[in-house]
Design a protein around this ligand. Structure first.
Ligand code: FRU
Length: 495
Protein backbone atom coordinates (compact mmCIF):
# COMPACT_ATOMS: atom_id res chain seq x y z
CA UNK A 1 0.00 0.00 0.00
CA UNK A 2 1.30 3.46 -0.81
CA UNK A 3 2.17 6.08 1.78
CA UNK A 4 -0.59 8.33 0.46
CA UNK A 5 -3.26 5.67 0.86
CA UNK A 6 -1.97 4.70 4.31
CA UNK A 7 -2.12 8.31 5.37
CA UNK A 8 -5.68 8.76 4.08
CA UNK A 9 -6.82 5.57 5.81
CA UNK A 10 -5.35 6.59 9.15
CA UNK A 11 -6.73 10.09 8.84
CA UNK A 12 -10.29 9.10 7.95
CA UNK A 13 -10.61 6.69 10.87
CA UNK A 14 -9.65 9.40 13.36
CA UNK A 15 -11.75 12.09 11.71
CA UNK A 16 -14.84 9.91 11.46
CA UNK A 17 -14.84 9.41 15.23
CA UNK A 18 -14.99 13.17 15.70
CA UNK A 19 -18.20 13.53 13.63
CA UNK A 20 -21.33 13.12 15.77
CA UNK A 21 -23.92 10.80 14.23
CA UNK A 22 -26.63 13.52 14.36
CA UNK A 23 -24.49 15.75 12.20
CA UNK A 24 -24.99 13.43 9.27
CA UNK A 25 -28.09 12.34 7.36
CA UNK A 26 -29.60 9.10 8.69
CA UNK A 27 -29.85 7.31 5.34
CA UNK A 28 -27.88 9.21 2.75
CA UNK A 29 -24.23 8.33 2.44
CA UNK A 30 -21.82 11.15 3.27
CA UNK A 31 -18.02 11.01 3.01
CA UNK A 32 -16.30 9.34 5.89
CA UNK A 33 -14.79 12.80 6.39
CA UNK A 34 -14.03 15.76 4.14
CA UNK A 35 -15.37 16.07 0.61
CA UNK A 36 -17.47 13.76 -1.58
CA UNK A 37 -18.62 14.09 -5.17
CA UNK A 38 -19.68 11.49 -7.75
CA UNK A 39 -20.71 7.95 -6.90
CA UNK A 40 -18.11 5.56 -8.31
CA UNK A 41 -17.97 1.79 -8.67
CA UNK A 42 -21.61 1.27 -7.65
CA UNK A 43 -21.78 -2.52 -7.99
CA UNK A 44 -22.52 -5.86 -6.36
CA UNK A 45 -19.57 -7.82 -5.11
CA UNK A 46 -19.77 -11.14 -3.32
CA UNK A 47 -23.42 -10.57 -2.46
CA UNK A 48 -23.07 -7.03 -1.10
CA UNK A 49 -23.50 -3.61 -2.63
CA UNK A 50 -20.37 -1.53 -2.93
CA UNK A 51 -20.33 2.20 -3.42
CA UNK A 52 -17.13 4.16 -3.91
CA UNK A 53 -17.05 7.92 -4.25
CA UNK A 54 -14.90 10.82 -5.35
CA UNK A 55 -13.22 11.76 -2.12
CA UNK A 56 -10.86 14.31 -0.64
CA UNK A 57 -10.56 13.35 3.03
CA UNK A 58 -8.51 16.33 4.20
CA UNK A 59 -10.89 19.22 3.60
CA UNK A 60 -14.53 19.94 2.80
CA UNK A 61 -13.62 21.26 -0.64
CA UNK A 62 -12.61 19.37 -3.79
CA UNK A 63 -8.94 18.35 -3.84
CA UNK A 64 -6.73 15.61 -5.31
CA UNK A 65 -9.23 12.83 -5.76
CA UNK A 66 -9.10 9.62 -3.77
CA UNK A 67 -11.75 6.90 -3.85
CA UNK A 68 -13.77 6.59 -0.64
CA UNK A 69 -15.55 3.29 -0.08
CA UNK A 70 -18.62 1.89 1.67
CA UNK A 71 -20.73 -1.26 1.45
CA UNK A 72 -24.30 -2.18 2.26
CA UNK A 73 -26.58 -5.18 2.24
CA UNK A 74 -29.75 -3.18 1.53
CA UNK A 75 -28.60 0.00 -0.30
CA UNK A 76 -29.69 2.17 2.65
CA UNK A 77 -27.46 1.47 5.65
CA UNK A 78 -23.85 1.86 4.61
CA UNK A 79 -20.73 0.72 6.41
CA UNK A 80 -17.52 2.59 5.71
CA UNK A 81 -14.56 0.64 4.37
CA UNK A 82 -11.02 2.00 4.13
CA UNK A 83 -10.35 4.44 1.28
CA UNK A 84 -9.75 2.33 -1.82
CA UNK A 85 -7.34 4.44 -3.86
CA UNK A 86 -5.14 7.51 -3.49
CA UNK A 87 -3.53 9.53 -6.30
CA UNK A 88 -0.14 7.94 -5.82
CA UNK A 89 1.16 6.95 -9.27
CA UNK A 90 2.68 9.15 -11.94
CA UNK A 91 -0.31 8.55 -14.27
CA UNK A 92 -2.89 9.48 -11.59
CA UNK A 93 -0.87 11.84 -9.42
CA UNK A 94 -3.44 14.62 -9.93
CA UNK A 95 -6.46 12.51 -9.14
CA UNK A 96 -8.20 9.17 -9.34
CA UNK A 97 -11.28 10.49 -11.13
CA UNK A 98 -14.64 8.80 -11.53
CA UNK A 99 -15.12 5.25 -12.69
CA UNK A 100 -16.87 1.99 -12.02
CA UNK A 101 -16.41 -1.54 -10.69
CA UNK A 102 -17.31 -5.09 -11.58
CA UNK A 103 -16.88 -8.57 -10.13
CA UNK A 104 -14.54 -10.56 -12.39
CA UNK A 105 -15.07 -14.21 -13.27
CA UNK A 106 -12.20 -15.25 -11.02
CA UNK A 107 -13.86 -13.55 -8.02
CA UNK A 108 -11.67 -10.44 -7.92
CA UNK A 109 -13.15 -6.95 -8.07
CA UNK A 110 -12.02 -4.78 -10.94
CA UNK A 111 -12.01 -0.99 -10.50
CA UNK A 112 -11.90 1.06 -13.68
CA UNK A 113 -11.16 4.76 -13.30
CA UNK A 114 -9.66 7.85 -14.87
CA UNK A 115 -6.11 8.74 -13.93
CA UNK A 116 -5.28 12.43 -14.15
CA UNK A 117 -1.78 13.65 -14.79
CA UNK A 118 -1.00 17.34 -15.24
CA UNK A 119 2.05 18.23 -17.25
CA UNK A 120 3.49 21.60 -18.14
CA UNK A 121 3.45 22.14 -21.90
CA UNK A 122 6.11 23.84 -24.00
CA UNK A 123 4.50 27.26 -23.62
CA UNK A 124 4.13 26.94 -19.89
CA UNK A 125 0.47 25.93 -20.13
CA UNK A 126 -0.84 23.09 -17.97
CA UNK A 127 -1.96 20.06 -19.97
CA UNK A 128 -4.24 17.68 -18.11
CA UNK A 129 -3.91 14.14 -19.44
CA UNK A 130 -6.79 11.83 -18.63
CA UNK A 131 -6.30 8.11 -19.17
CA UNK A 132 -8.28 5.01 -18.21
CA UNK A 133 -6.71 2.83 -15.53
CA UNK A 134 -7.63 -0.30 -13.59
CA UNK A 135 -7.03 -1.73 -10.14
CA UNK A 136 -7.88 -5.16 -8.81
CA UNK A 137 -8.83 -6.17 -5.30
CA UNK A 138 -10.77 -8.25 -2.82
CA UNK A 139 -13.48 -5.79 -1.78
CA UNK A 140 -11.22 -3.90 0.64
CA UNK A 141 -7.70 -3.59 -0.72
CA UNK A 142 -6.84 -2.81 -4.31
CA UNK A 143 -3.67 -2.97 -6.34
CA UNK A 144 -3.28 -0.73 -9.34
CA UNK A 145 -2.33 -2.67 -12.46
CA UNK A 146 1.32 -2.40 -13.44
CA UNK A 147 0.28 -2.00 -17.10
CA UNK A 148 -1.66 1.23 -16.37
CA UNK A 149 -2.89 3.27 -18.09
CA UNK A 150 -4.89 0.75 -20.09
CA UNK A 151 -6.38 3.31 -22.50
CA UNK A 152 -4.76 6.57 -23.50
CA UNK A 153 -6.07 9.29 -25.77
CA UNK A 154 -3.71 8.02 -28.50
CA UNK A 155 -6.23 5.39 -29.56
CA UNK A 156 -9.15 7.78 -29.87
CA UNK A 157 -10.86 8.22 -33.23
CA UNK A 158 -10.45 11.29 -35.37
CA UNK A 159 -12.08 14.39 -33.95
CA UNK A 160 -11.96 13.17 -30.35
CA UNK A 161 -10.37 15.59 -27.89
CA UNK A 162 -7.14 14.46 -26.25
CA UNK A 163 -7.81 15.97 -22.84
CA UNK A 164 -11.41 15.55 -21.70
CA UNK A 165 -11.62 11.78 -21.69
CA UNK A 166 -13.03 10.35 -18.48
CA UNK A 167 -15.45 8.41 -16.27
CA UNK A 168 -15.44 4.82 -17.60
CA UNK A 169 -18.49 2.67 -16.87
CA UNK A 170 -17.75 -1.03 -17.26
CA UNK A 171 -20.04 -4.03 -17.83
CA UNK A 172 -19.75 -7.62 -19.01
CA UNK A 173 -21.66 -9.12 -21.89
CA UNK A 174 -21.20 -12.27 -23.97
CA UNK A 175 -17.99 -13.13 -22.15
CA UNK A 176 -16.36 -9.76 -22.89
CA UNK A 177 -15.83 -6.56 -20.95
CA UNK A 178 -17.10 -3.28 -22.33
CA UNK A 179 -16.86 0.28 -21.13
CA UNK A 180 -18.28 3.62 -22.17
CA UNK A 181 -16.25 6.78 -21.56
CA UNK A 182 -17.12 10.48 -21.87
CA UNK A 183 -15.15 12.64 -24.26
CA UNK A 184 -15.13 16.22 -25.52
CA UNK A 185 -14.45 16.48 -29.23
CA UNK A 186 -11.95 18.88 -30.76
CA UNK A 187 -14.90 21.09 -31.74
CA UNK A 188 -16.09 21.12 -28.12
CA UNK A 189 -18.98 18.72 -28.21
CA UNK A 190 -19.83 15.83 -25.91
CA UNK A 191 -19.66 12.24 -27.13
CA UNK A 192 -19.63 8.78 -25.59
CA UNK A 193 -17.10 6.22 -26.81
CA UNK A 194 -17.19 2.45 -26.31
CA UNK A 195 -14.20 0.15 -25.71
CA UNK A 196 -13.96 -3.63 -25.54
CA UNK A 197 -11.68 -6.10 -23.79
CA UNK A 198 -11.35 -9.87 -23.44
CA UNK A 199 -9.85 -9.75 -19.95
CA UNK A 200 -10.49 -6.30 -18.43
CA UNK A 201 -6.85 -5.24 -18.88
CA UNK A 202 -6.18 -5.03 -22.60
CA UNK A 203 -8.66 -2.66 -24.20
CA UNK A 204 -9.35 -1.59 -27.77
CA UNK A 205 -11.54 1.13 -29.20
CA UNK A 206 -14.88 -0.28 -30.33
CA UNK A 207 -17.24 2.46 -31.49
CA UNK A 208 -18.91 5.80 -31.05
CA UNK A 209 -22.11 5.31 -29.05
CA UNK A 210 -23.63 8.77 -29.34
CA UNK A 211 -22.74 12.35 -30.11
CA UNK A 212 -24.34 15.38 -28.53
CA UNK A 213 -24.35 17.41 -31.76
CA UNK A 214 -24.15 20.59 -29.70
CA UNK A 215 -27.56 20.15 -28.09
CA UNK A 216 -27.10 19.49 -24.37
CA UNK A 217 -24.14 21.28 -22.88
CA UNK A 218 -20.54 20.68 -23.83
CA UNK A 219 -18.54 17.85 -22.25
CA UNK A 220 -20.59 14.72 -21.41
CA UNK A 221 -19.43 13.31 -18.08
CA UNK A 222 -20.16 10.09 -16.22
CA UNK A 223 -21.96 7.91 -18.78
CA UNK A 224 -23.95 4.80 -17.88
CA UNK A 225 -25.39 2.51 -20.53
CA UNK A 226 -27.84 -0.35 -20.03
CA UNK A 227 -31.08 -1.93 -21.15
CA UNK A 228 -34.32 -1.23 -19.34
CA UNK A 229 -37.84 -2.44 -20.08
CA UNK A 230 -37.08 -3.29 -23.71
CA UNK A 231 -35.15 -0.09 -24.47
CA UNK A 232 -31.51 0.93 -24.28
CA UNK A 233 -30.72 3.88 -21.99
CA UNK A 234 -27.78 6.19 -21.86
CA UNK A 235 -27.38 8.37 -18.79
CA UNK A 236 -24.86 11.16 -18.89
CA UNK A 237 -24.16 14.40 -17.06
CA UNK A 238 -23.53 17.22 -19.52
CA UNK A 239 -21.55 20.23 -18.35
CA UNK A 240 -22.61 23.77 -19.20
CA UNK A 241 -26.17 23.19 -20.34
CA UNK A 242 -28.40 26.01 -21.50
CA UNK A 243 -31.87 26.05 -19.99
CA UNK A 244 -34.74 25.29 -22.36
CA UNK A 245 -38.14 26.43 -21.09
CA UNK A 246 -38.33 24.68 -17.68
CA UNK A 247 -35.77 22.00 -18.58
CA UNK A 248 -32.03 21.76 -17.93
CA UNK A 249 -31.64 24.63 -15.49
CA UNK A 250 -28.77 23.15 -13.53
CA UNK A 251 -25.85 24.23 -15.68
CA UNK A 252 -24.36 20.81 -15.06
CA UNK A 253 -27.31 18.45 -15.16
CA UNK A 254 -28.27 14.87 -15.85
CA UNK A 255 -29.66 13.59 -19.09
CA UNK A 256 -31.37 10.32 -19.93
CA UNK A 257 -31.35 9.31 -23.58
CA UNK A 258 -33.86 6.57 -24.36
CA UNK A 259 -33.28 4.58 -27.52
CA UNK A 260 -32.89 1.17 -29.10
CA UNK A 261 -30.32 -0.76 -31.14
CA UNK A 262 -30.71 -0.95 -34.91
CA UNK A 263 -29.89 -4.12 -36.91
CA UNK A 264 -26.21 -3.14 -36.96
CA UNK A 265 -26.20 -2.94 -33.16
CA UNK A 266 -25.83 0.84 -33.10
CA UNK A 267 -27.65 2.95 -30.55
CA UNK A 268 -30.49 4.97 -32.05
CA UNK A 269 -31.86 7.74 -29.95
CA UNK A 270 -35.64 8.07 -29.56
CA UNK A 271 -36.09 10.73 -26.91
CA UNK A 272 -34.29 12.58 -24.14
CA UNK A 273 -35.26 13.96 -20.78
CA UNK A 274 -33.73 15.37 -17.65
CA UNK A 275 -33.31 12.83 -14.85
CA UNK A 276 -33.89 15.13 -11.88
CA UNK A 277 -35.71 18.45 -12.07
CA UNK A 278 -34.55 19.73 -8.70
CA UNK A 279 -31.39 21.56 -7.75
CA UNK A 280 -29.03 18.90 -6.43
CA UNK A 281 -28.43 15.80 -8.50
CA UNK A 282 -25.48 14.86 -10.68
CA UNK A 283 -23.34 12.06 -12.10
CA UNK A 284 -25.65 9.11 -11.30
CA UNK A 285 -24.63 5.47 -11.64
CA UNK A 286 -26.85 2.39 -11.75
CA UNK A 287 -26.63 -1.28 -10.86
CA UNK A 288 -28.75 -4.28 -11.62
CA UNK A 289 -29.71 -5.91 -8.32
CA UNK A 290 -29.81 -9.69 -7.97
CA UNK A 291 -33.59 -9.57 -8.16
CA UNK A 292 -33.44 -7.70 -11.47
CA UNK A 293 -34.12 -4.09 -10.45
CA UNK A 294 -32.18 -1.23 -12.03
CA UNK A 295 -31.23 1.07 -9.14
CA UNK A 296 -29.67 4.51 -9.51
CA UNK A 297 -27.75 6.70 -7.06
CA UNK A 298 -26.53 10.20 -7.84
CA UNK A 299 -24.44 12.84 -6.11
CA UNK A 300 -27.08 14.95 -4.34
CA UNK A 301 -25.32 18.19 -4.99
CA UNK A 302 -24.76 20.67 -7.77
CA UNK A 303 -21.33 22.02 -8.70
CA UNK A 304 -22.74 25.54 -8.98
CA UNK A 305 -24.33 25.56 -5.53
CA UNK A 306 -21.46 24.13 -3.47
CA UNK A 307 -21.35 27.54 -1.77
CA UNK A 308 -24.43 26.50 0.19
CA UNK A 309 -22.72 24.67 3.01
CA UNK A 310 -22.59 24.27 6.75
CA UNK A 311 -19.22 25.54 7.89
CA UNK A 312 -19.70 23.67 11.16
CA UNK A 313 -19.84 20.28 9.38
CA UNK A 314 -16.60 18.35 8.76
CA UNK A 315 -18.18 16.69 5.71
CA UNK A 316 -19.51 17.99 2.42
CA UNK A 317 -21.58 16.18 -0.19
CA UNK A 318 -24.06 13.34 0.03
CA UNK A 319 -25.53 10.67 -2.20
CA UNK A 320 -29.18 10.64 -3.27
CA UNK A 321 -31.55 8.05 -1.91
CA UNK A 322 -31.30 4.95 -4.16
CA UNK A 323 -34.05 4.96 -6.79
CA UNK A 324 -35.50 2.07 -8.70
CA UNK A 325 -35.92 3.16 -12.29
CA UNK A 326 -38.24 1.88 -15.00
CA UNK A 327 -39.96 3.10 -18.15
CA UNK A 328 -43.64 3.97 -18.45
CA UNK A 329 -45.06 5.31 -21.71
CA UNK A 330 -41.53 5.91 -22.99
CA UNK A 331 -40.64 8.05 -19.95
CA UNK A 332 -38.28 7.46 -17.07
CA UNK A 333 -40.01 6.60 -13.79
CA UNK A 334 -38.11 6.75 -10.48
CA UNK A 335 -39.13 5.45 -7.07
CA UNK A 336 -37.29 5.22 -3.78
CA UNK A 337 -36.14 1.60 -3.41
CA UNK A 338 -38.70 -0.51 -1.57
CA UNK A 339 -36.15 -1.36 1.14
CA UNK A 340 -37.19 1.96 2.64
CA UNK A 341 -40.21 0.17 4.12
CA UNK A 342 -37.89 -1.73 6.48
CA UNK A 343 -37.12 1.62 8.10
CA UNK A 344 -40.71 2.63 8.67
CA UNK A 345 -41.47 3.62 12.25
CA UNK A 346 -44.67 5.28 13.41
CA UNK A 347 -47.34 5.69 10.73
CA UNK A 348 -49.61 8.71 10.77
CA UNK A 349 -52.44 9.01 8.34
CA UNK A 350 -55.14 11.67 7.82
CA UNK A 351 -57.86 11.27 5.23
CA UNK A 352 -60.13 13.83 3.64
CA UNK A 353 -58.62 16.89 5.21
CA UNK A 354 -60.21 20.06 3.88
CA UNK A 355 -57.41 22.53 3.33
CA UNK A 356 -58.30 26.16 2.95
CA UNK A 357 -55.80 28.66 4.22
CA UNK A 358 -53.13 27.03 6.42
CA UNK A 359 -53.32 23.78 8.42
CA UNK A 360 -50.96 21.89 10.64
CA UNK A 361 -51.95 18.35 11.60
CA UNK A 362 -50.98 16.87 14.93
CA UNK A 363 -47.99 14.49 14.73
CA UNK A 364 -47.29 15.38 11.11
CA UNK A 365 -43.79 16.72 11.58
CA UNK A 366 -40.18 15.58 11.46
CA UNK A 367 -36.99 15.67 9.42
CA UNK A 368 -36.60 11.95 8.67
CA UNK A 369 -39.86 10.94 7.07
CA UNK A 370 -41.48 9.39 4.03
CA UNK A 371 -44.69 11.35 3.41
CA UNK A 372 -47.18 10.93 0.59
CA UNK A 373 -49.76 13.63 -0.02
CA UNK A 374 -52.70 13.21 -2.38
CA UNK A 375 -54.35 16.45 -3.29
CA UNK A 376 -57.58 16.78 -5.22
CA UNK A 377 -59.83 19.53 -6.39
CA UNK A 378 -63.30 19.63 -4.81
CA UNK A 379 -65.01 19.93 -8.19
CA UNK A 380 -64.35 19.63 -11.93
CA UNK A 381 -63.76 23.36 -11.96
CA UNK A 382 -60.50 23.88 -10.09
CA UNK A 383 -61.40 24.66 -6.48
CA UNK A 384 -57.95 26.00 -5.63
CA UNK A 385 -55.19 28.06 -7.19
CA UNK A 386 -52.21 27.00 -5.15
CA UNK A 387 -51.16 24.26 -2.75
CA UNK A 388 -48.10 24.52 -0.55
CA UNK A 389 -46.30 22.14 1.79
CA UNK A 390 -43.99 23.83 4.25
CA UNK A 391 -41.36 21.69 5.94
CA UNK A 392 -38.18 21.98 8.00
CA UNK A 393 -40.01 24.89 9.59
CA UNK A 394 -39.11 26.51 12.91
CA UNK A 395 -41.17 29.64 12.48
CA UNK A 396 -38.26 31.49 10.98
CA UNK A 397 -36.59 29.12 8.56
CA UNK A 398 -38.59 26.85 6.26
CA UNK A 399 -38.60 25.30 2.80
CA UNK A 400 -41.54 24.63 0.51
CA UNK A 401 -43.01 22.51 -2.24
CA UNK A 402 -45.71 24.34 -4.16
CA UNK A 403 -48.14 23.22 -6.81
CA UNK A 404 -49.95 25.49 -9.23
CA UNK A 405 -52.84 23.43 -10.71
CA UNK A 406 -53.60 25.98 -13.42
CA UNK A 407 -50.10 26.06 -14.85
CA UNK A 408 -49.29 22.49 -13.75
CA UNK A 409 -46.03 23.56 -12.26
CA UNK A 410 -44.40 22.26 -9.10
CA UNK A 411 -41.85 24.48 -7.43
CA UNK A 412 -39.34 23.64 -4.72
CA UNK A 413 -37.89 26.52 -2.73
CA UNK A 414 -35.25 26.70 -0.02
CA UNK A 415 -34.56 30.42 -0.05
CA UNK A 416 -35.76 30.75 3.55
CA UNK A 417 -33.95 27.63 4.73
CA UNK A 418 -31.30 29.61 6.57
CA UNK A 419 -28.85 30.18 3.74
CA UNK A 420 -27.15 33.57 3.71
CA UNK A 421 -25.94 33.06 0.15
CA UNK A 422 -27.69 34.42 -2.94
CA UNK A 423 -27.24 31.16 -4.81
CA UNK A 424 -30.03 29.33 -6.65
CA UNK A 425 -32.68 28.22 -4.16
CA UNK A 426 -35.66 27.44 -6.37
CA UNK A 427 -36.57 25.21 -9.24
CA UNK A 428 -39.76 24.69 -11.20
CA UNK A 429 -40.94 21.63 -13.05
CA UNK A 430 -43.86 21.04 -15.40
CA UNK A 431 -46.05 18.11 -14.40
CA UNK A 432 -48.99 16.22 -15.90
CA UNK A 433 -52.33 18.00 -16.06
CA UNK A 434 -54.56 15.89 -13.81
CA UNK A 435 -57.25 18.51 -13.21
CA UNK A 436 -55.97 19.60 -9.85
CA UNK A 437 -55.11 16.09 -8.63
CA UNK A 438 -51.52 15.49 -7.71
CA UNK A 439 -49.52 13.00 -5.68
CA UNK A 440 -46.44 14.30 -3.91
CA UNK A 441 -44.08 11.99 -2.04
CA UNK A 442 -41.43 13.72 0.06
CA UNK A 443 -38.45 11.88 1.49
CA UNK A 444 -36.84 14.03 4.15
CA UNK A 445 -33.57 13.03 5.75
CA UNK A 446 -32.09 15.70 8.03
CA UNK A 447 -30.31 17.65 5.29
CA UNK A 448 -32.27 16.96 2.14
CA UNK A 449 -35.64 16.68 0.47
CA UNK A 450 -36.36 14.43 -2.49
CA UNK A 451 -39.74 14.88 -4.10
CA UNK A 452 -41.29 12.11 -6.21
CA UNK A 453 -44.22 13.50 -8.22
CA UNK A 454 -47.12 11.36 -9.48
CA UNK A 455 -45.51 8.00 -8.67
CA UNK A 456 -42.10 8.98 -9.95
CA UNK A 457 -42.93 10.74 -13.23
CA UNK A 458 -40.67 13.56 -12.09
CA UNK A 459 -38.20 13.86 -9.25
CA UNK A 460 -36.89 17.06 -7.68
CA UNK A 461 -34.05 16.86 -5.16
CA UNK A 462 -32.49 19.50 -3.00
CA UNK A 463 -30.15 19.78 -0.07
CA UNK A 464 -31.72 21.61 2.89
CA UNK A 465 -29.24 22.57 5.57
CA UNK A 466 -31.66 24.06 8.12
CA UNK A 467 -31.01 23.14 11.75
CA UNK A 468 -32.50 19.66 12.32
CA UNK A 469 -34.64 20.91 15.18
CA UNK A 470 -36.76 22.71 12.58
CA UNK A 471 -39.31 19.91 12.25
CA UNK A 472 -42.54 21.74 11.50
CA UNK A 473 -44.76 20.74 8.58
CA UNK A 474 -47.90 22.55 7.43
CA UNK A 475 -50.15 22.72 4.39
CA UNK A 476 -51.70 25.72 2.76
CA UNK A 477 -54.17 26.33 -0.02
CA UNK A 478 -55.31 29.35 -1.93
CA UNK A 479 -58.90 28.23 -2.39
CA UNK A 480 -60.11 24.88 -1.06
CA UNK A 481 -58.94 21.34 -1.69
CA UNK A 482 -59.10 17.84 -0.34
CA UNK A 483 -55.95 16.21 0.99
CA UNK A 484 -54.96 12.73 2.20
CA UNK A 485 -51.62 12.39 3.97
CA UNK A 486 -49.75 9.27 4.92
CA UNK A 487 -46.49 9.68 6.76
CA UNK A 488 -43.95 7.24 8.13
CA UNK A 489 -41.19 8.21 10.48
CA UNK A 490 -37.93 6.75 9.25
CA UNK A 491 -35.78 5.01 11.81
CA UNK A 492 -32.50 3.20 11.77
CA UNK A 493 -32.79 0.16 13.95
CA UNK A 494 -29.03 0.06 14.56
CA UNK A 495 -28.81 3.59 16.01
C1 FRU B 1 -18.16 14.93 -12.41
C2 FRU B 1 -16.64 14.97 -12.48
C3 FRU B 1 -16.13 13.82 -13.33
C4 FRU B 1 -14.74 13.65 -12.80
C5 FRU B 1 -14.93 13.94 -11.34
C6 FRU B 1 -13.74 14.60 -10.68
O1 FRU B 1 -18.72 15.52 -11.30
O2 FRU B 1 -16.23 16.22 -12.99
O3 FRU B 1 -16.16 14.05 -14.71
O4 FRU B 1 -14.27 12.36 -13.03
O5 FRU B 1 -16.05 14.77 -11.22
O6 FRU B 1 -13.90 14.66 -9.30
Amino acid sequence: MSGKLDKAREYEVKKELAIPEEQRPKFHLTPRCGWMNDPNGFSSYKGEYHLFYQYYPYDTVWGPMHWGHAKSSDLITWEYLPAAMAPDEEYDKDGCFSGSAIEMEDGRQLLVYTGVNKVQGENGEILEYQTQCVAVGDGTDYKKYEGNPVITADVLPEGAGKFDFRDPKVWRENGKYYMVVGNKTVDKDGQILQFVSEDGFKWTYDKLVIKNNHRFGVMWECPDYFSLDGKQLLLTSPQDMLPEELEFHNGNGTLCVIGAFNEKGDFCEENCQAVDYGIDFYAPQTILTDDGRRVMIGWMQNWDTCGIRRDDFPWFGQMSFPREISLRGGKLIQKPVREIENYYGKRISRQNVLVSDSVSLSSIEGRCIDMTINVSSLSDELSYKKFEVRFADNGKAYSTVEYDPELNIVKIDRKHSGSRRAIVHQRRCRVANNKGNIKLRLILDRYSMELFINDGEQVMSMVVLTDVKAEGISFKAVGELNMDVEMYELERKDK
